[in-house]
Structures are given as structure tokens and as C-alpha cells.
Design a protein around this ligand. Structure first.
Ligand code: SAM
Length: 322
């Protein structure tokens, strides 16, 4: 069982997915370019251990040159079926996470696992455990406070149509992903977050990018008392949102939870209506019935887009106007 990520120049094991037609030629081509300490061919997948010291050409250069290789990936860990989920849990996904990820299962061999021997539902259990969405959930849980990816943040800022030196507010700024992109294109970035630690993180990140024109404040969104022309934000997700509203809900209390979550997002829309002057670009979790909530407000939905996160988790990007 292999878990792979995008290419990374480390002294480690790599996976070369070879063209199936001419495996011997494809393998020899790889070994002609890369000095390997050891290698193993599993069907059309060549697992190769290389060290930077002995490198003739870098993996990235090889990726450009190789004719009979479809893709090259870094091997993160190897495990059997039994220990796979434990490995998924223990791996430090933050060390490779760069803002987004995608899980793809290339091939499974249920016959080599002991799941088939399990009672009548053994087969389903196997399928469920080794589904892309279940495996993705292990990465998702492990990656703390996923940031909005820089490309999306930049596009969201541009969607406001704000001109140079104009001001962009992110009232749920987290670690400052949106503020950085606004700052990098010479807009003034203002960030609020209810969590002091996040404001600190934003400050560190903005300084890192040498952005000078910004203001940060520990502030509850619902206490904002002035208006802003442009607002761009990635709203808090699900249960956290409810907790922030000082409501503790148990898992068994799902109906109440749904009600509180809906109320939170409705309150956000109503507040937005009060503080927005011109245009807002907001990320909503896709499970929120924002159309129903927007009907009860004066905000106009100008356009909406979908952004894929992982498995069945997508987010909606809404462009709203006063
Ligand atoms: C989804 S995160 C934002 C992520 C951010 N876009 C980034 O790139 O890091 C939502 C943030 O909203 C903050 N938050 C939750 N409730 C809030 C409230 N009532 N007022 C202000 N911030 C709040 C949380 O502390 C969290 O940092």
C-alpha cells in the first residue's frame, strides 16, 4: 500500500508510474538517469530509493526528460492494510500540506487484506475504509486550520473589483491568507478575528511577506460598528461556528445543531448586510442553504462558484452586492 504526494526534492523513495506497454524500456530509462540504491517494480510502478549525494540529475530534471514515465511522486510511507489507518493517523500531514490536497486510490488488492474474512459485511467494510473520502478525512483532521489557498484568495480579492490602495476587510481572517493576497496587490488589508492567536499568526505572516499597509484587531464579527466597501472572507466551518456562538452541542443533538448552524450563517448574512457598502466575496461551506438565507436579506447574489476541497467537501464562493 502506497501513499503519495506531489514531487518533492528529498533524499527518499520515489514512485515512478511507467507506461505499461514497454516496461523494461521504461524502467531502464529511469535507471539511466537516476542513481538508485535499490528499486522494485510492482506492475507498472517503479519504487526507487535515491540519495541526494549520488544524484546525477535532480528528480525534477528527470521528470522533464523521461519519455516512458507518466508521473513521479514522493513515497510518504509504506504499510500493509492492517496498519494503514494507523500510519495515516500518525503521519505529519502538515509537513507536506500546501493549502490543498486530493486523494486518489490507484489500485486496491482486497484479497491480500483480512477484511474479506470478516462476517457478512466484510467486503463493504473494506470498501468503506479504503474509500478516497475516508482516507481524505484522516488528512483533513490532521491538517490544522486549513488555509484558503493563495490562488483562490487572490481571485476572491480580484472579484471585489477593488482598485489600488482601496481597503479590503476580512472579518474572519484566521492566519491571514486573504489579507496577504490583498496586500501583495497593493490593497490595504484589514483583518479581524475573535481568536487572539490567529491575529498574532496573521501579523507574523503579513510581516513575512513584507506587507506594510495593514491593520489587525481581535474583534468579534458581530461587534463591528462601521461600514466597509469591500469584504472578502472564508467563514468558519460547522460546529466551530456554533461553539463560537457560545452554544455547546453534543453529537446526539443533531437537529439542534443544524438549527444553530443555520442561525449562525443567517446572523452572518444579516450583519454583512449592515456593514457592507459595495461588494463582498465570501466562502460558504456548501452544506449551508445560503439561497434560502439570502432570500431573507437585501444582499444580491451576483455570481457563485464551487471550489473543491476533498472527497464530498466543496465550498461555495459567493459574490454579493448591496
Ligand atoms: C475558516 S477560518 C479562516 C481561515 C483564513 N481564511 C485563513 O486563510 O487562515 C475562520 C476564522 O474565523 C474565526 N472566527 C470564528 N468566529 C468568529 C467571530 N464571531 N468573529 C471573528 N472571527 C471569528 C476563527 O477564529 C477562525 O480563525
Amino acid at each position: 500500500m502506497l501513499a503519495v504526494t506531489e514531487l518533492k526534492p528529498l533524499n527518499m523513495k520515489y514512485i515512478f508510474v511507467l507506461l505499461k506497454n514497454d516496461l523494461a524500456l521504461a524502467k531502464e530509462e529511469v535507471l539511466s538517469l537516476i542513481n538508485s540504491k535499490s528499486c522494485e517494480l510492482i506492475e507498472n510502478v517503479l519504487v526507487l530509493c535515491t540519495s541526494k549525494k549520488n544524484e546525477r540529475i535532480s528528480i525534477n530534471e528527470a521528470a522533464k526528460r523521461l519519455a516512458y514515465t507518466n508521473s513521479i511522486s514522493l513515497l510518504l510511507f509504506e504499510s500493509d492494510y492492517k496498519n494503514f489507518l494507523k500510519c495515516m493517523e500518525n503521519f505529519n500531514w502538515n509537513s507536506v500540506y500546501k493549502g490543498s490536497f486530493c486523494v486518489r486510490i490507484k489500485k486496491l488488492f482486497p484479497e491480500f487484506s483480512d477484511f474479506n474474512n470478516k462476517k457478512s459485511n466484510g467486503k463493504n467494510a473494506f470498501k468503506e475504509i479504503f474509500s478516497e473520502s475516508n482516507i481524505a478525512s484522516y488528512i483533513w483532521k490532521n491538517v490544522k486550520k486549513p488555509k484558503v489557498n493563495p490562488r483562490l484568495a487572490r481571485a476572491m480579492v480580484n472579484l471585489t473589483k477593488a482598485g489600488k490602495n482601496e481597503l479590503i476587510l476580512d472579518p474572519f481572517c484566521g492566519s491571514g491568507g486573504i489579507l496577504i493576497e490583498a496586500g501583495l496587490i497593493s490593497l490595504k488589508a484589514i483583518g479581524f478575528d475573535i481568536n487572539k492567536k490567529m491575529i498574532w499568526k496573521s501579523m507574523v505572516n503579513l510581516r513575512h511577506y513584507k506587507i506594510k499597509n495593514y491593520e489587525l484587531e481581535v474583534k468579534d464579527f458581530f461587534s463591528i460598528d462601521r461600514k466597509y466597501k469591500f469584504i472578502v472572507s472564508d467563514l468558519p466551518y460547522g460546529l466551530n461556528a456554533a461553539i463560537m456562538g457560545k452554544v455547546r452541542i453534543t453529537k446526539s443533538n443533531k437537529k439542534l445543531l443544524k438549527k444553530y448552524i443555520e442561525k449562525f450563517y443567517f446572523d452572518v448574512i444579516k450583519k454583512l448586510e449592515l456593514i457592507l457598502i459595495k461588494r463582498a466575496v465570501i466562502i460558504f461551506p456548501s452544506y449551508v442553504n445560503y439561497k434560502k438565507l439570502l432570500k431573507k436579506s437585501k444582499l444580491k447574489l451576483k455570481s457563485e462558484f464551487e471550489s473543491y476541497v476533498h472527497g464530498n467537501l466543496t465550498r461555495k464562493i459567493l459574490v454579493l452586492e448591496k
